[in-house]
Design a protein around this ligand. Structure first.
Ligand SMILES: Cc1cc2nc3c(=O)[nH]c(=O)nc-3n(C[C@H](O)[C@H](O)[C@H](O)COP(=O)(O)O)c2cc1C
Length: 321
């Protein structure tokens, strides 16, 4: 494999999605292969204590690397070699053939999380195609059968997360609510990507700055009530994994997640993840019951639909991984 050619493609690979846009991946070029690992300082030890979203993000990054390389005519394959202690998920190395994928670099470049207003959810045949992508890896994509019950679950999840000072402190570290923030164009969640107006961004900044004072006065409840993504339309889909998935299996499911998102993108649809529903034990259990699936199999939840405008492109670090 032409290592220099792959290096030149790295900025495209960094378009991979990651929770809170932390971009946790690290590539290290070794004589025989490229090591894929992660940077501990870019993990979310509080909000993502189990590391599920870290591993999904790393898998999404691996899949992105394979797609970008294949589209450039490079023969690259991934070999899983999970090592938690050394913060490694596996290796990218020269393959005999180009990675087979229906997706192109333009899909990687154009895909974005869209937290705005959505119209129709996916049609039955699109849903079946998404489900087929997950089934290939032993999983499934399911639409939530009683969507009316989700509003209360979402508010309960948000309330619980906003009530935890450690979760809020970690979120603040990755919020970029003011364009003068030094990392505004590098990483994290910007006011624009969160679809916040200037006054709303300023209000949220002020509320979070006063959090220690306002928390006992009911700020968590207020923050949870302030946004109602479900009112902005779409269908809520859940990515379900096989039972007892180990860490390497979760990375594999990050690859599946990216394929699902790119399949949505090529169908003219977008996704807005709602991970809080499965981050909080009580709402995760309730969602599992709605789907008749054991809660540990729920990998990812997102509101999906047709966009009504173009979502802003999220930031990436200029130096990348
Ligand atoms: C595993 C995972 C979990 C995510 N969870 C959420 C979430 O709960 N809420 C949300 O608004 N975005 C969530 N996102 C979307 C990221 O914030 C988004 O991918 C990142 O900011 C980069 O933006 P992009 O997807 O437009 O490239 C998640 C992304 C991943 C990969």
């Amino acid at each position: 494999m032409d290592v220099a050619a792959f290096r030149a493609l790295e900025p495209l690979c960094w378009r991979a999605p990651s929770a809170h846009n932390t971009q946790p991946w690290r590539l290290r070029y070794e004589p025989q292969a490229i090591r894929v690992g992660w940077d501990e300082s870019r993990t979310l030890p509080v909000a993502d204590a189990t590391g599920r979203d870290l591993r999904l993000s790393l898998g999404a990054f691996v899949e992105t690397c394979l797609i970008v390389a294949a589209d450039a005519g490079l023969r690259l394959e991934y070999v899983a070699d999970h090592d938690e202690r050394h913060r490694r998920v596996g290796w990218l190395r020269t393959a005999e053939h180009r990675y087979p994928t229906p997706f192109r670099t333009t899909d990687v470049w154009e895909r974005r999380t869209d937290r705005g207003r959505l119209t129709d959810g996916p049609e039955q045949d699109t849903l079946a195609a998404l489900d087929a992508v997950a089934r290939h890896a032993g999983g499934a994509v399911r639409a939530v059968p009683e969507p009316d019950r989700l509003g209360a679950l979402l508010r309960a999840a948000d309330r619980q997360l906003y009530a935890d000072p450690a979760v809020v402190a970690e979120l603040r570290r990755w919020l970029r609510l003011d364009p003068t923030h030094p990392s505004y164009d590098a990483d994290g969640l910007s006011d624009r990507c969160l679809a916040l107006s200037r006054p709303a961004a300023a209000g949220l900044r002020a509320a979070l700055a006063a959090y220690p004072l306002l928390r006992p006065l009911g700020l968590p409840r207020l923050l949870a009530a302030a946004d109602d993504p479900l009112a902005r339309g779409g269908t809520v889909l859940v990515l379900v994994a096989p039972a007892d998935l180990d860490p390497a299996g979760q990375v594999e499911f990050g690859r599946v997640l990216l394929r699902v998102w790119l399949a949505l993108h090529t169908a003219g649809l977008v996704a807005h993840p709602l991970s809080q529903l499965i981050d909080v034990a009580a709402t995760r259990t309730a969602l599992g019951a709605l789907l008749d699936v054991t809660p540990d199999r729920l990998m990812h939840v997102a509101r999906v639909g047709r966009p009504t405008g173009a979502a802003p492109r999220s930031a990436r670090r200029p130096g990348g991984g």
